[in-house]
Design a protein around this ligand. Structure first.
Ligand SMILES: CC(C)=CCNc1ncnc2c1ncn2[C@@H]1O[C@H](COP(=O)(O)O)[C@@H](O)[C@H]1O
Length: 204
């Protein structure tokens, strides 16, 4: 397990400007979600960001493909699962993990932001992990961009009403969560977050 972390750090060394993109493993190449992942990743790629996904099918594949379309580095952090699963063909650099938690460290450590498209448990797990890290200030100026207003609006509203308004989270815990359908807006949000991170480190 320690070896898995070490290997991840070694494989990803040098990745300094990247975004982790999450989304359903089940939405095929003909779906709007796949196209959305591709468009967002392509826009991020043109803005100079590498794209990190889970390396699987669906939205992950769309995002890796979009990164390639933009000639950006396309990374897949693949996971050992009970059913055999191929790394999608648009990954340039694959890093394999047996443990979900070791893999999660990499999604955060090497990314300037999280972008989440529609998905199931896996996507929600990744989203809420980021929100927990933001809330506890383990990560700072780290934007979370939800892509797909129709899909995400209900959850976001529920978080505002049931969690924020009821005092179960702080009012500012949702400040870094953005909702959009526009790839260019995703880029703007990510760039601003990245600049704020560099400024915090005294690197801007
Ligand atoms: C069809 C199927 C079950 C494929 C599983 N293959 C997978 N390969 C890589 N990452 C995955 C896989 N399943 C879930 N994940 C992780 O969880 C998210 C997708 O899960 P879900 O479909 O939203 O819940 C992805 O962002 C990814 O990081």
């Amino acid at each position: 397990m320690a070896a898995e972390l070490e290997n991840g750090f070694a494989e990803l060394r040098g990745v300094v400007k990247a975004v982790s993109v999450f989304g359903s493993a089940r939405t095929g190449p003909a779906s709007a979600e796949y196209a959305g992942g591709r468009a967002v990743a392509e826009a991020l790629g043109h803005a100079g960001f590498a794209v990190i996904t889970g390396g699987g099918p669906g939205v992950m594949e769309g995002a890796n493909r979009g990164a390639r379309d933009a000639n950006a580095l396309s990374i897949g952090l693949t996971i050992e699962l009970p059913h055999e699963q191929e790394t999608n063909e648009h990954v340039d650099r694959a890093v394999h993990f047996d443990y979900f938690f070791a893999r999660k460290v990499m999604f955060v450590r090497y990314a300037a932001a999280f972008v989440a498209l529609p998905g199931g448990f896996g996507t929600l797990d990744e989203l809420f992990e980021a929100l927990t890290l933001i809330q506890t200030e383990k990560i700072k100026n780290f934007p979370v961009v939800l892509v797909g207003t129709e899909y995400w609006s209900g959850l976001l509203e529920w978080l505002r009403v049931q969690l924020r308004d009821e005092g179960l989270i702080s009012p500012m815990d949702l400040d870094l969560v953005h909702l959009t359908d526009e790839p260019d807006e995703v880029v703007d949000i990510v760039v601003r977050g990245h600049q704020a991170q560099l400024a915090t480190l005294g690197l801007s």
